[in-house]
Write a protein that binds this ligand. Structure first.
Ligand SMILES: *Cc1c(COP(=O)(O)O)cnc(C)c1O
Length: 405
């Protein structure tokens, strides 16, 4: 599937390949149907507008929303920025306090930091060792001047799924708006913001087999009608919420991806959970001192995050020699080699966070890939550990946890 035959791609949480059916649906909108969806004066414009309307319907349908509740953006980073900064601006007179999680994606944490520099106050909630938010902590963090709670639906590094309905009930009772970065959840598990009491969700096409560079923000328009101040000014597109000529081919592809997800999600989840469990069990049983990070009960079906104790995840990944694509516990904020803030927030030591790898399966993962991956990982671990003085000390019975390095 678009990759070279020697590379098994298990990095679907970073991005997914565009489904061939999605690509095919997009192609005419680059040439034969190239119109601007805002052109009201000729057929090419109408055609583009119609295609955008249809995609908006398809995406709304996937999440049980009304079409007018979907705003198209360039991706989940922009959607999160628009939601957080847009709410902060629109509700400034109500208060200047926000609540979020320490394990959020940078697309949420960085806009929060931006607001802190401008006089807002943000509470960053801890999570338990399982990666889940403590609901009492959440309840206690909400103040009269809290204008927004932002809690991700599912974590990109661990796959841990937060109890959104219970979080929704707490926010409802406190009368505070709730948004969720649902980028890893939409198209993978049922996501219905209305029934969960979530008022805004951010998501992205390229995490669900659509193209890169297009995303959406769901904004509740009824019970409650949420106000968001636009962060991009221009032609007043997207009902004034996000100006700029619409990415018609991207949006068409996003719509098609939503339709496919709606049709195949349940079955795909079952298949991938089976393969993921096989991979996880294979690694845990064949390789000693391996630990799964985060709840295995409340978790996306296609993700496992594993620490290989006394090892460096980065080095382990390199030793796969381009046969397996995964990501390490330090690579997510690209370029930085700091240990993952997500794993640290779950209470892992820096060493254990550095020792982690994330395996994220996807639609194009084959059953035959799994034994190959287990073999490659086991071989690499054996080799690296056989050359490692730390591993030798561990095998000699030295209690490494008590050593001051
Ligand atoms: C990938 C991702 C984002 C960023 O999405 P883009 O569309 O690439 O901007 C935000 N949040 C989460 C949880 C993600 O996994």
């Amino acid at each position: 599937m678009g990759t070279n035959n020697n590379l098994i791609y298990l990095d679907n949480n970073a991005t997914t390949p565009t489904d061939p059916a999605v690509l095919e649906t997009m192609l005419p909108y680059f040439n034969a149907r190239f119109g601007n969806a805002a052109s009201r004066t000729h057929a090419l414009g109408w055609m583009a507008e119609e295609a955008v309307d249809q995609a908006r319907n398809q995406i709304a349908s996937l999440i049980g929303a009304q079409t007018k509740e979907i705003v198209f953006t360039s991706g989940a980073t922009e959607s999160n920025n628009l939601a957080i900064k847009g709410i902060a601006e629109a509700y400034r007179r109500k208060g200047k306090h926000l609540v979020t999680l320490k394990t959020e994606h940078n697309a949420v944490l960085d806009p929060c930091e931006y607001l802190e520099k401008r006089g807002y106050e943000v509470t960053y909630l801890d999570v338990g060792p399982d990666g889940l938010v403590d609901l009492d902590d959440l309840r206690q963090s909400i103040r009269p001047d809290t204008i927004l709670v932002s809690i991700m639906w599912a974590n990109n590094e661990t796959g841990v799924i937060q109890p959104m309905e219970r979080i929704g009930a707490i926010c409802e009772e406190a009368g505070v708006l709730l948004m969720s970065d649902a980028t890893q959840a939409v198209g993978k598990i049922p996501v219905d913001p209305k029934s969960a009491g979530v008022h805004l969700i951010a998501f992205s096409a390229h995490k669900m087999y659509g193209p890169k560079g297009v995303g959406a923000l769901y904004i509740s328009q009824r019970n409650p009608r949420v106000k968001v101040t636009a962060q991009m000014d221009g032609g007043g597109h997207e009902r004034g919420m996000r100006s700029g000529t619409l990415n018609v081919p991207g949006i068409v592809g996003f719509g098609k991806a939503a339709t496919i997800a709606q049709r195949t999600r349940a079955e795909e989840a079952k298949r991938l959970a089976g393969l993921r469990d096989q991979l996880e069990t294979g690694i845990l049983s064949r390789i000693e001192q391996t630990y799964v990070n985060g709840s295995t009960q409340h978790r996306l079906p296609h993700v496992t995050n594993i620490s290989f104790k006394y090892m460096d995840g980065e080095a382990l990944m390199m030793s796969f020699n381009q046969h397996i694509a995964v990501s390490s516990g330090s690579a997510c904020t690209s370029a930085s080699l700091d240990p993952s803030h997500v794993l640290l927030a779950m209470g892992l030591s820096g060493d254990m966070a550095h020792a982690s790898l994330r395996f994220s399966l996807g639609r194009f993962t084959r059953a035959s890939d799994i034994p190959k991956v287990i073999d490659q990982v086991a071989k690499s671990v054996d080799k690296l550990r056989s050359e490692s003085p730390i591993w030798e000390m561990y095998k000699d019975g030295v209690d490494l946890d008590t050593i001051e390095w």
